[in-house]
Design a protein around this ligand. Sequence first.
Ligand code: A2P
Length: 306
Amino acid sequence: NNNTIKLNNGASIHQIGLGTWRSVGENDGYNAVIAALKAGYRHIDTAAIYGNEGQVGKAINDSGVPREEIFVTTKLWSTQQQEPEVALDESLKRLGLDYVDLYLMHWPVPMNLASMPKGEKLGFPMLPNGKRDILTPPTWDFIKTWELMQKLPKEKARAIGVSNFSINNLKDLMASPNFKITPAVNQVELHPRLPQEELVQWCTKQGIHMEAYSPLGSNDAPVLSEELILDIAKKLNVSPAQVVISWHAQRGYIVLPKSVTPSRIEANLQTFTLPEEDFQAILNLSKTKGELRVCNPDWSPIVCFV
Ligand code: A2P
């Protein structure tokens, strides 16, 4: 699948990108990116909080693939919402790159940098009572962060977008007085046990492209072992992961399967058109089996695995 999608800044993005969350073992990120670029991927997704920007960037630079052929995304961590340009510069330094193609606000929840251990920026700031130190309005909010992100130099962040935003978050953002740039994408958890139909439809109508993270249910949602997925895979003589990635691609948005296994990385790029009845059956799966989340979107007592 070499399909590209046009973003609202005019840039093209490959529909399938390599996800790198939890690709943090020694050289895992590096080897995965090298394998992906070799297999034909031209889109890599990372984040400051993943702790692998160094590995990912080094692989991009070592790969021999021209930088301009690769679409690179990284994300602003919540403790740096008050200083996005500083954070972007730090990400670029770790990546060893001059620019990213897309810079995302990782969560709509700013956290207090001052509550981090001295010298550390990437993590979860804690109050003495053990609660996360989340900055609440009027101290700060994601609307103020977006105002700063809109002013980021285009030479360093070609496009800007958001992640983990709900429809209400986006409505608040887009109704704010200094709102100018529509987010290019909204990257959220999306898979057969969490199809997010309303969010997908709403964002698409606004020209905000959806990006699916944990598209295979990651390690915490048993998507690849669902009976329905196994049956369809068997019937069509493909792998369960290919069924799921093809289903995402058929929904028309960007898909970010994560793998550190070269054979899987390669196979995950091979999508096909699912018969309509199978496509619909997967779309309906969560209606009978219920929804499952890998990441908890309710960031007050958030449980999110980094
Ligand atoms: P690994 O990285 O060890 O290859 P998600 O993209 O939803 O976050 O899912 C990632 C998980 O799915 C990882 O545990 C990854 O394992 C596994 N995975 C990725 N591609 C495949 C595949 N083609 N078949 C089976 N498991 C896969």
